[in-house]
Design a protein around this ligand. Sequence first.
Ligand code: TMP
Length: 210
Amino acid sequence: MRVGSMTHQKGLFISFEGVDGSGKSTQARMLYDHLRSIGYPVTLTREPGDWSEGRKLRDILLNGDLKHGKTELFLFLADRCENLSQVIIPSLSRGEVVLCDRYTDSTLAYQCFGRGFNLEEVESLFCWSGFPVPDITLLLSISQEESLSRMKGRGTSDRLESDLSLMSKVSLGFRSLSDRYPDRICILDGEGNPDKVFSRVLEAVERIFW
Ligand code: TMP
């Protein structure tokens, strides 16, 4: 595993990425259930907000009235620092498989491609913060029409989801990240029913690791 300054990890680190409505949370949960059922020690987490006091930070990030252009970026990074310290690193150190629903590629897609921050500068913040690089990233790809229709189906949208021009930049951003990191990012067709998509997820995971 490639790591930053947070060392001594033995487990397997898999991140799930995609635009809102891509089905990544459903797929991460299905992989979690599957791996548990066959006896793997596995932890499922998500960003932002999945640590002891993370709900407050998630609420500010998704619904807060943020004025300074860099607050959002720094809060996502701060959230990740806590999720790493409280959840991800301890689980990896115990040798578990960690499934993380959104991670650094979301910051690159939303805050860099979406909001316009410089990608190299933000990556140097990742490095400075000692964020480990996932062993593999499963990027679920769906069309923008499908993403919009799934979000409409959910009824509500948060501060980021309701910004349509941001969403289209994010979608292109994820594509560009998969070209930039072809060895790490595995792009999967996210269209179709959840079982069908899960067969693609499982095939990719088995091909890569087992
Ligand atoms: P979720 O609804 O998939 O949990 O994601 C929450 C929102 O936060 C989603 O619109 C993507 C956004 N986000 C960022 O903008 N940057 C990040 O680094 C992360 C982790 C999420």
